[in-house]
Design a protein around this ligand. Structure first.
Ligand code: AVI
Length: 376
C-alpha cells in the first residue's frame, strides 16, 4: 500500500538495493526483509533461511542420521543374531531412563559405586602422586565424583575435566562441581578417547593425571574391546598416572537377572526405547507392543545380555537406512552386554594394558570393586 514514507523512499536511485533488515528469530531462523518501492507502491521481499549456526547444526544432524542409519543397517543385517549398538540406547529419553534404573532397588551397581567412593575417597586420594589433575570418562552429572574432588581439594587446587558427549549432562556437571572450593572445572564435549587426548595435551609437565572410569561402563565393551580401550587410555598417560576403574563383580544369577529385568519395567522401557528412537529419528515402523525385553545370563562369557524378542513374524521398514527386514516370531535383537568380573580378572586386565592394579576396594552389600590402576 502506498504511504507517505515510502514515497519518500522513492528518492533511492535503485529501490531494489534498499538496506535489508535482518532479524534472527529465537528458533534460529534468519529473516531478511528488503523493502522496495516501485512507482510509489511498497513491496517487501522477505526471505527466511536458517542462519549459519543452524546450518552447521543441520550438517551435524545429517551426519548423525547417516551414521546412525549405517550402524543400524549393518547391525540388523548380521547373519544369525541381529544386533543394535548399545550406544544408541542413550538419547535424551534413554539417558533419563538410565538415571531411573540407577535408583531401582534391584540395580545395586550405582549405589555400590557411590558407597565405595564416599567411604574410601581419602584413602584413594592418599595413594595418588602430587600434583594431580582429574579427568572423568563419561561423567554424567558427576555426582559420585564429588567425594574424590573434595578429598583432593584438601591438599591442592584441582582441575577437573569431565568428558561427556551429552551437552546437557556436561552442563549439569560443570554447574554442580564448579561449586566445590579449590576445584576448577573444564568440560569436554567429546568421545572418551578424544577428550582424554585433549586433556593429556593441555596438562603441565609436572602434573599427574587421575582418570576416572566409574559405574562399570567398561562392562559394556566386549572383553577384547575393553582391553584395547584400556591400552588406549594407557597411551595417554605417563608412568605414575592412575586410572580408577569401577567393575561390577559376578554375583548370584537371580540377583543379576533382576537388576536387568526389574518388575517395574524401567529396564524394559530403556531397552525398547532404542526401537522408538529408530522410529523417531530414522523413520522406522517398529511396533513396540510386539516386542518383549529379555535379560539373559551368558555363563561362559560372564555377562548379562539384553535382547528384544519379536512376539510375531513382522516386516519392518527403516526409511533412512533404506532397509526392510522380516523378523521371525521369537527372533531376538541383541541390544547390550554387561560383563561381570571376578576380582582377579582386573589384575590381569590391568597388566595386559600396561598398568598395575595396586589396590581394590570391594563393596560388601553389592559385590562391586573400585580398582586403582597405576600406569607402569
Ligand atoms: C551403563 N552401564 C554400566 C549399565 C550396565 O549396568 O551395564 C547399563 C545398563 N543397562 C541396563 N541396565 C543398566
Amino acid at each position: 500500500m502506498p504511504t507517505q514514507s515510502f514515497r519518500a523512499a522513492n528518492a533511492i536511485p535503485n529501490p531494489l538495493v534498499a538496506e535489508p533488515i535482518v532479524t534472527e528469530s529465537g528458533n534460529g531462523v534468519r529473516r531478511v526483509e528488503r523493502r522496495t518501492v516501485d512507482r510509489g507502491v511498497e513491496f517487501r521481499l522477505v526471505e527466511s533461511a536458517p542462519d549459519r549456526a543452524v546450518r552447521s547444526t543441520d550438517n551435524r544432524q545429517s551426519r548423525h542420521v547417516a551414521e546412525f542409519a549405517a550402524d543400524v543397517r549393518a547391525s540388523l543385517t548380521i547373519p544369525g543374531q541381529r544386533e543394535l549398538p548399545s550406544k544408541y540406547l542413550y538419547d535424551e529419553l534413554g539417558s533419563a531412563l538410565f538415571e531411573a534404573i540407577c535408583v531401582l532397588p534391584e540395580y545395586g551397581v550405582t549405589r555400590a559405586d557411590a558407597r565405595l567412593l564416599q567411604r574410601y575417597a581419602n584413602e584413594i586420594v592418599n595413594r595418588l602422586p602430587s600434583p594431580i589433575q582429574v579427568a572423568e570418562l563419561g561423567s554424567g552429572s558427576g555426582k559420585k565424583t564429588r567425594w574424590i574432588l573434595e578429598a583432593l581439594a584438601k591438599r591442592q587446587r584441582t582441575y577437573y575435566y569431565p568428558i561427556e558427549i551429552s551437552a546437557s549432562a556436561l552442563a549439569a556437571c560443570e554447574k554442580e562441581m564448579g561449586q566445590i572450593d579449590l576445584v576448577s572445572v573444564v568440560g569436554y564435549e567429546k568421545t572418551y578417547l578424544d577428550g582424554l587426548r585433549a586433556v593429556a595435551t593441555r596438562r603441565d609437565s609436572q602434573d599427574h593425571l587421575l582418570v576416572l572410569f566409574l559405574g562399570s561402563t567398561i562392562g559394556n565393551f566386549d572383553r577384547e574391546a575393553g582391553n584395547a580401550f584400556l591400552r588406549e587410555v594407557r597411551k595417554q598417560l605417563r608412568p605414575g598416572d592412575a586410572l580408577l576403574l569401577g567393575t561390577d563383580l559376578v554375583k548370584d544369577v537371580d540377583t543379576q537377572l533382576l537388576a536387568y529385568d526389574d518388575p517395574a519395567g524401567v529396564t524394559s522401557a530403556f531397552d525398547l526405547n532404542i526401537l522408538a528412537r529408530i522410529n523417531r529419528e530414522l523413520g522406522g515402523n517398529f511396533d513396540l507392543y510386539q516386542f518383549k525385553h529379555e535379560a539373559r545370563w551368558n555363563a561362559q562369557e560372564r555377562r548379562i545380555e539384553m535382547h528384544l524378542r519379536s512376539l510375531r513374524e513382522k516386516t519392518v521398514t527403516i526409511r533412512e537406512a533404506q532397509l526392510t527386514i522380516t523378523l521371525r516370531a521369537g527372533e531376538t535383537i541383541w541390544t547390550e552386554s554387561s560383563h561381570k568380573y571376578h576380582s582377579d580378572d582386573v589384575f590381569e586386565m590391568a597388566q595386559g594394558a600396561g598398568f598395575t592394579c595396586t589396590q581394590q576396594w570391594i563393596d560388601q552389600e553389592w559385590p562391586f570393586a573400585q580398582n586403582l590402576l597405576v600406569a607402569e
